[in-house]
Design a protein around this ligand. Structure first.
Ligand SMILES: Cc1cc2nc3c(=O)[nH]c(=O)nc-3n(C[C@H](O)[C@H](O)[C@H](O)COP(=O)(O)OP(=O)(O)OC[C@H]3O[C@@H](n4cnc5c(N)ncnc54)[C@H](O)[C@@H]3O)c2cc1C
Length: 390
């Protein structure tokens, strides 16, 4: 049977980053990706946090727009302006395609049209079965370590009542540019939808289109989701492109996760990115978390080559230290605001009025100084008092 050091399932930001960094560290690495073209089918607003390209050593040519403004809209439609970054936007075709090409350049083998089926422990190895969709054959491959980075669909069975969100997005192409401010801004809107469920909606600008989309917790029929998105798009249009003609609209839907983070281990396998629940529940950001989990997986497997069990334990520890606290807090914050949506306005006003609070919130726990923590706890206390009165 074919045998490799490191097998990765999925060539999204988690899997492709893991493959790139593992191959660079000298591990024989194979990636199984079900799609024919990496990234081509990913549905995403592809907003990237400040410094993303530098952190992951990616060319800035993938950046579409620099967005120093974050505009948060509360349920009443009031806009709060925050200055961050600058953050940026891309598309997943470019982002995932670029990371995968760099992984291949380091020596990883990316097998497209390879659909993962199962993974079974076999002594000190794991045997993975997959369908080679080109030849129609089933194949097996053994690996010392396996990294599952197969995204939100892997959660679909277990998490429908526990954080999975249905999303729909339009790529809106215009006959002339929208208002100039649109191309400098990431917009996030929080409001109750037609059936009372919390909606998180966005407008993220791209070079040649605007990505306008929304998500809500749980399942919603396609026509109801479309009605909700049409109503939101009409509001965006009135503000940002009232006089432009829409030349084309591309519709795309996918699952997004907004629940509790997992441990990163399942039956001895390393799990990363959205498959491990690593998404910020307040804004849907998961690309950074995914890529960072891929980096941790590669470092753990390369650092503990002869001992997969130790590599798995090291990976889970790194993941917990880096992300668990912040991501759990984000779920709690989101649920707290959802119980009384007036709380969003209280939070956004406080963030807009206090730049330091915004900056400290963006940091991981381990990056915070004692004075950052003081700022965070005093602002959190202030928010809780005001929010409970709202
Ligand atoms: C509508 C929407 C908007 C979003 N906007 C943003 C945003 O602006 N910024 C942000 O940071 N995050 C955003 N996210 C979240 C972000 O998309 C995810 O957090 C991120 O894609 C997670 O990366 P990943 O590598 O874990 O998984 P994915 O990117 O989902 O990649 C999984 C890969 O595994 C492959 N795969 C799946 N099953 C199999 C299988 N059985 N066999 C082989 N391959 C398989 C898939 O084809 C895919 O290539 C958004 C998500 C959605 C749905």
């Amino acid at each position: 049977m074919e045998s490799v050091d490191f097998l990765v399932v999925g060539a999204g930001p988690a899997g492709a980053t893991a493959a790139r960094e593992a191959a660079r560290a000298g591990l024989q690495t194979v990636v199984l990706e079900k799609d024919a073209v990496v990234g081509a089918k990913r549905v995403c607003a592809a907003g990237l946090r400040p410094g993303f390209c530098e952190t992951f050593d990616l060319p800035r040519s993938i950046i579409h727009c620099e967005t120093p403004r974050l505009a948060l809209f509360d349920p009443a439609g009031t806009e709060y302006e925050l200055h961050v970054g600058p953050a940026s936007t891309s598309t997943r075709e470019e982002l995932d395609g670029t990371i995968a090409a760099l992984a291949a350049h380091e020596g990883a083998e990316i097998r497209t049209q390879s659909l993962f089926r199962s993974a079974e422990p076999d002594g000190r190895r794991t045997v993975v079965e997959y369908a080679d969709q080109r030849s129609g054959e089933r194949r097996t491959i053994a690996a010392r370590s396996v990294f599952m980075a197969n995204g939100a669909t892997s959660l679909a069975k277990a998490r429908w009542n526990d954080g999975l969100m249905t999303t729909l997005q339009y790529r809106v192409y215009l006959d002339r540019p929208a208002a100039e401010i649109a191309y400098r801004t990431l917009e996030l809107h929080y409001y109750p939808g037609a059936d009372g469920r919390q909606v998180v909606a966005w407008m993220f600008p791209k070079r040649d289109h605007l990505a306008i989309g929304l998500g809500l917790l749980g399942k919603l029929a396609g026509d109801r989701l479309r009605e909700e998105l049409d109503a939101f798009t009409a509001r965006v249009r009135a503000r940002l492109y009232p006089h432009a003609e829409v030349t084309k609209t591309k519709e795309e839907g996918h699952l997004l996760y907004g629940g509790w983070p997992g441990s990163g281990l399942e039956r001895g396998l390393l799990v990363g990115g959205t498959a491990a629940g690593l998404v910020d529940a307040t804004n849907g950001e998961g690309i950074f978390e995914a890529a960072m989990s891929g980096r941790f997986a590669a470092a753990a497997v390369a650092g503990e080559r002869e001992n997969p069990a130790r590599a798995a334990a090291r990976y889970a520890r790194d993941l917990a230290q880096r992300f668990a606290k912040r991501l759990r807090h984000r779920v709690e914050l989101m649920r707290f605001c959802e119980r009384n949506p007036a709380r969003y306005g209280v939070l956004f006003a406080q963030l807009a009025g206090n730049r330091r609070f915004t900056e400290v919130l963006q940091k991981e726990d381990h990056e915070r100084s004692p004075s950052d923590r003081w700022c965070l706890y005093s602002q959190a206390f202030r928010f809780a008092l005001r929010a409970l009165r709202a």
